[in-house]
Write a protein that binds this ligand. Sequence first.
Ligand code: AMP
Length: 281
Amino acid sequence: MSSLGIYRCIDDMRAQVAAWKAEGLRVGLVPTMGALHAGHLSLVEAISQNVDKVIVSIFVNPAQFAAHEDLSTYPRQEAADLAALETTQTDAVFAPTAQEMYPDGFATAIAMDGPALGLESEERPHFFGGVALIVLKLLTQTQTDVAIFGEKDYQQLMVIRRMVADLNLPVEIMAGEIMREADGLAMSSRNVYLNAEQRKIAAQLHVILGQLANHPAGADIIKAEAEAKQALLEAGFTKVDYACIRDAETLGVPNANTRARRALIVARLGDTRLLDNRPAS
Ligand code: AMP
């Protein structure tokens, strides 16, 4: 029998958080879409250092998938996810139904500029509206003190920080570092889509990202980006959505006000999009 509390209803989840807070406990949320791997579990570990009670949400959010994307085939494995969470500091799982989250008549959307512009939005214009909406809903539903997001989805992390600041949400946002396979490939629920040959090519993403991130200071960024793109295609990636260096905060093109830079790549192997990023020189 699971010792984890599993909550399907918003009211029950919120009542549990309120009870914890009434005891003076600090509560943290780890939002996920399930198909959990060691990257997700590292977020549980990281947030547990900072809170007394940890909630992991599992919800495959229809609002962030376009019609042609993998909503229906996105890996779903709740029993395995719960077994994995049993081994962690997780206290509760919030796994609502789509009907609970988006009841009939749902009519609200969020639009964002700033860090939501460009990069992922070029290919997936619907994406950050859907992400911002579900994260805002999860934060207001659970009312946790802290929530953690992985640097793996770096633009998403910046979008959420911006939204939380803009809407004055009373929650602290933590960032979790990227967990990788032994060969450097960033862990992702979508890595299961890769066949053996693609999996070998995928390891090159991390290598080429390192070259892009470490390009000599003062070197021509556009040239470094073009070289990274070429290297990815030569390694066997079928398409490069972007390979670029951006201002680490605004995600705009670096300028005189840029304090830190970030290298970001998204490349495809067949239908699978692989994301990775790291600090750049
Ligand atoms: P997802 O289930 O893919 O929506 O991811 C849920 C959370 O886990 C997000 O905050 C991701 O950034 C984070 N995450 C995904 N992959 C990794 C990874 N390899 N290392 C650390 N965090 C990750």
